[in-house]
Design a binder for this molecule. Sequence first.
Ligand code: ADP
Ligand code: GLC
Length: 485
Amino acid sequence: MNILFAVSEATPFAKTGGLADVAGALPTALAETGDLVYLFLPLYGEIKEKYRAFTPEAEVFIPIGDRLLPGSVVSLTTPPDDQHPNLKIFFIAQDELFDRPLLYGPNGVEYADNGIRFIFFCRAILDAVNLLNLDIDIYHSHDWQTGLIPVYLKTLYKNLPRYQGGSLFTIHNLGYQGIQKKDLLPLTGLDWDEFTFERLEFFDRLNLLKGGLVYADKLNTVSRAYSREILEPEFGFGLDKVLQERRNDLYGILNGVDYSEWDPASDPYIDNHFQLGRMAGKKECKKKLAQIFGLTFSETQPLIGMVSRLVTQKGFDLILPLLEEVTEFAAKFVFLGTGDKKIEAQLSELSRQYPDQIAFTCGYDNRLAHLLEAGADIFLMPSHYEPCGLNQMYSLRYGTVPLVRATGGLDDSITHFDPKTGSGNGFKFNDYTLSALQETLIEALELYQKPKLWHRLRANGMRCDFSWKQSAEQYKELYKKIINE
Ligand code: ADP
Ligand code: GLC
């Protein structure tokens, strides 16, 4: 099969969250099964800076309203040695739109022209298919930034022989919909007929995510549980009815883990490696982590860590009040994250108030994220909603016990530990309340004081296998369904 993978971020090129981890790993996992994968990304400033040499592949001219915006399709002049031969990576270059310091805008505030940026991206990809003579069986697009691809395939590009492939749209997070003023509709090149309640209109605005939901041949989200949750008003962000209409075409496929990137036995970002049966390195990582965060190392007290975008989705309206009472817990907390200015300020303030127990590094730091996974005893993820979540799965492999709320992918990947049977890989609570979080934390802290049980729990997690191979097989099944229907 020939698969076009259109996405707005992918490791190792550009990343703000888990979408990049998925887009960095799934194309390779598919390529390994024999598929040919064409990955398309915007050429952001940071990619230009890091890779420098690019080979021009084609020129594009995209009509945006009355303007004809020029751009180009480029590839890396020297692709990395470990890039799979079945994977081809192309970048859409348009400096006015993409050569900026950030992907989408500062501190969670979107650039004002994000609508235009991603209209351009989607149309440039589709034009590139023709210019590069690609034969595509499946157009696989992700989140609102590429929601227009399935729309174009069923409208502007519908009757062109080159564009007869099917489409899959993956929802990584329904909370981000790319909602634009309706004046943007003419800039898409689409007809006003598309601006109806059944199609792209959403409370008199243009909703780019909805385009993907309405027009793609099939849809999926990144866990089974989330694929059910989004059919309900609580998690549907106003699109639950649209999704209910499409429930027979909606699937849930859990993300995988790229163990070539996230494995404590070989992780290049940590000095002391470890694995099941040889755990001494983990203690050294904990010491290093405590030191970097300016906390004193304690063997008897667990170090509880969190790496996260700082947004309410991740459970901060429970975490912040929990931290107000931190002196009641025999534990220390380390946070790494950036995002909402208010949450940043509150975490900074708490770390000033309780310097022996709470430390916060404000920023984005991949190396530190790896050390935190390695050095922490417990990983905190009490998300309000979580389409999949990757850090809980990374944590398992690093012997860092996840403490999660039962939602989305957290619910699908974590089972609550039962000391009687010795089964389970983490701590999980149901109700999104402070008391439920507190109780579960207390349970975790008590278990930490029982080394035999703790080691059992940790080992259960380290034995879990969430490799991409299984998820890639499920995507292939879905692609085949699309082609055969
Ligand atoms: P989401 O995509 O909602 O942010 P995920 O759990 O799927 O959540 O993925 C988050 C990814 O981003 C993980 O790889 C995590 O390590 C990384 N990440 C998040 N914040 C930071 C940060 N401040 N520094 C480094 N990595 C981060
Ligand atoms: C989103 C979700 C996260 C998921 C990631 C990758 O950003 O918030 O739960 O793991 O996408 O699919």
